[in-house]
Design a protein around this ligand. Structure first.
Ligand SMILES: Cc1cc2nc3c(=O)[nH]c(=O)nc-3n(C[C@H](O)[C@H](O)[C@H](O)COP(=O)(O)O)c2cc1C
Length: 154
């Protein structure tokens, strides 16, 4: 009962949608849709994201050398958000020509790209809270952020 009500409350918690992207030590890229991205501190510019232990990107974020990008999506990027949230479609995620895979993978045409160094990670039950310090950030200035609430994209 409590869990059902909690799930309903979380459906009402409207959130912006990002794709977290990173590479492993063999240069293989990973990407995962995430709504748990939260601004943390301005000094230094830092964010946090909560990643399920089962996500394919998870283990590649857990070292002090790891880097990742938070690609805050625009409304016209809903298809790639879906692709990066369905496990069975993992092998199709990097077919999109808007990926730049030269260094830390990032999605061109996003609302914002925030490049981060992993600073800390905290394990909590099924998830790890990853804290990243932003070392570079760019924005597309027409505000058109993709949102998710009540089981659908808005
Ligand atoms: C809108 C939306 C937001 C999501 N937010 C998160 C999140 O913040 N953290 C997380 O671990 N999974 C989140 N997920 C689920 C993952 O995207 C999904 O489990 C994904 O398949 C995991 O990556 P993998 O397939 O590479 O293992 C979200 C899914 C959707 C549709």
């Amino acid at each position: 009962m409590l869990q059902q009500e909690f799930l309903k409350s979380m459906r009402y918690l409207a959130a912006s949608v990002s794709i977290i992207s990173a590479k492993d030590s063999n240069d293989k890229p990973y990407a995962m849709t995430a709504s748990s991205v939260t601004s943390l501190t301005l000094e230094p510019p830092s964010i946090l994201v909560c990643v399920n232990h089962d996500a394919s990107i998870h283990d590649h974020l857990l070292n002090d050398e790891a880097k990742f990008c938070v690609n805050l999506l625009k409304k016209n990027q809903q298809d790639i958000a879906t692709l990066c949230s369905i496990k069975e479609k993992e092998d199709q995620r990097f077919e999109d020509k808007n990926w730049n895979l030269n260094s830390v993978p990032f999605l061109q045409g996003s609302q914002s790209n925030l490049f981060c160094n992993v600073k800390k990670y905290l394990d909590y039950e099924t998830h790890t809270i990853i804290i990243g310090e932003v070392y570079q950030s760019h924005n597309d200035d027409g505000f058109d952020t993709l949102m998710y609430a009540n089981g659908k994209y808005l």
